[in-house]
Write a protein that binds this ligand. Sequence first.
Ligand code: ATP
Length: 237
Amino acid sequence: MKAALSVEELCVFYGDTQALWDVSFSVQSGQLVALLGANGAGKTTTLKAICGLLTPAEGRIIYEGRTISELPVHDTANLGITLVPEGRQLFPKMNVEENLIVGSYLGRAKENRQRNLERVYALFPRLAERRNQAAETLSGGEQQMVAIGRGLMQSPRLIMFDEPSLGLAPILVQEMFGVIQELHSQGLTIFLVEQNVNQTLKIADYCYVIENGRIVQEGTGREMEENPRVREAYLGF
Ligand code: ATP
């Protein structure tokens, strides 16, 4: 398997405060890789550095063989990297379809707009029914679907999710993980950031655990489930 994404010894600062220390990991093409960790561990910072919203002080980010550490977000988006951000960040007064189309303004995403829209509606039939409804009138779960749909409108080759299950009712959490699994089975490369360790370990091919800005554990979902330190710290048994 070929590495779609390699992160090598990444160090990121906010002003004088260091948030990431020598963070290294890789995601193979077609894999679903998870980054697990508590609040403030450095998960969002890692995602922002990969997609070009933050510039690393040290280290390298290599995507499909090319160093992208210095590229701004519109360039990484054009290379096929999409972030579905925490908290959805929709335009509340715009309807579902308008929010989806926001994801399709760059390069090849624009060319594939109609095909991608059909794909999103096939994946989320409820969004097709509500295409003319303002985003603010949707439930939390439906808003999360719009955020994922908007990401898919970018024609991603690597899609990254920042805590997609956050704030959702348990039944919707199941549904959300089902959608991520479906995208994985379609062959998309996925980097999933989550605090829902239990669910994530069931679907991830490989996992990394981040604590205080450092990767402290790694392994397959099964290895993680059997790891006493992970069980105690994240699974509560
Ligand atoms: P959460 O689940 O709460 O989003 P996280 O694992 O995504 O947590 P980050 O948001 O990456 O964590 O934060 C990592 C560290 O960087 C934390 O100590 C946080 O306080 C700090 N930090 C994050 N954003 C900023 C910022 N804009 N300015 C200064 N420090 C920040």
